[in-house]
Design a binder for this molecule. Structure first.
Ligand code: ZN
Length: 300
């Protein structure tokens, strides 16, 4: 690499992250737009309609945001700055043009989040926290921000490992975080997109019908569609399942199917309650009829 190239590389990769106000506008605007559209074109019938559920989810989001501000942001911001200064990580070794280095880091962050999502279902201690997100009886944009603060805090070491291994710059980190939040709001939303448009979108990104299948109480359906941004990771790992009719899906976690099971105080305490047994998906329910199309075909 010539010194000119190296200078250009350094300049671009040390570019400032997206301003927080801009990121907040993108994420807030996405949330409000989806919240409006969901009312006009709902995809699934609500089980627990009304403000109490939305208020509960937003309360979980507020507590989660405090955990992120205290436990994650200061550490991951420093990790990205250090990686940039010392030129650590995979993408720094590839000597890519600056714009491609940022793109590669964002894509690899998306892939390594797929792996983390699998772990949150497979490792019992992590599942106790991630189950709080799945226990919601409905699925909409407010579910996207309903994570237990413990899960958010526990993900910090994984996030640092992602950044250091990949070589994620502060700019790439801010792009990934903003895109991820917009993506999870979108694919948790209860928005009925025109079917043909969603079918095409699901070839590239995670969509509401695709992620709805991951929130099924049935284990074989919950153990699919782990991707958070690009859908390619589920295709690569053969964990893609699109052929489940939305109206047949029961959203939630086995054993938590009543509104009294999903209150705010209960959700906050649940991971720490040794009395609670959490199934990782219900295997006792009857099998579905063969949909007659391969798992990679989206059905309405
Ligand atoms: Zn999950």
């Amino acid at each position: 690499m010539t010194s000119k190239h190296r200078d250009a590389n350094d300049q671009a990769t040390t570019a400032s992250p997206i301003p927080r106000w801009l990121s907040a506008c993108i994420v807030g605007g996405t949330f409000l737009t989806l919240a409006l559209l969901e009312r006009r074109r709902p995809l699934r019938r609500p089980i627990e309609p009304g403000l109490p559920r939305t208020g509960r989810n937003l309360a979980m989001a507020t507590i989660g945001s405090i955990a992120v501000a205290l436990a994650e942001t200061p550490i991951v911001t420093r990790a990205a700055a250090m990686v940039e200064r010392r030129r650590w990580g995979l993408v720094k070794r590839l000597r890519l043009p600056p714009w491609l280095e940022v793109c590669a880091a964002v894509v690899l962050m998306d892939y390594s989040l797929y792996l983390w999502h699998v772990l949150t279902h497979r490792v019992p201690a992590l599942w106790r926290f991630h189950a709080v997100h799945h226990i919601d009886l409905d699925l909409d944009a407010s579910t996207a921000v309903r994570f237990h603060f413990g899960e958010l805090a526990l993900s910090t070491p994984w996030r640092v490992a992602q950044i250091v291994t990949i070589g994620t710059s502060p700019l790439a980190l801010s792009i990934w975080q903003t895109a991820l939040l917009a993506s999870i709001l979108f694919h948790h939303s209860n928005l009925e997109l025109p079917f043909e448009i969603e079918r095409r979108l699901s070839r590239t990104i995670v969509t509401p019908r695709m992620h709805g299948i991951h929130h099924s109480v049935l284990r074989r359906e919950m153990d699919s569609n782990w991707s958070s941004g690009l859908s390619v990771w589920d295709r690569l790992h053969r964990t893609l399942r699109l052929n489940v009719p939305q109206m047949d899906i029961t959203i939630g976690v086995s054993g938590f199917q009543s509104v009294s099971d999903v209150g705010l105080a209960r959700m906050l305490a649940l991971p720490f309650d040794p009395e609670v047994r959490l199934a990782a998906g219900d295997e006792d329910l009857p099998a579905r009829q063969d949909p007659g199309v391969p798992a990679t075909f989206l059905v309405p």
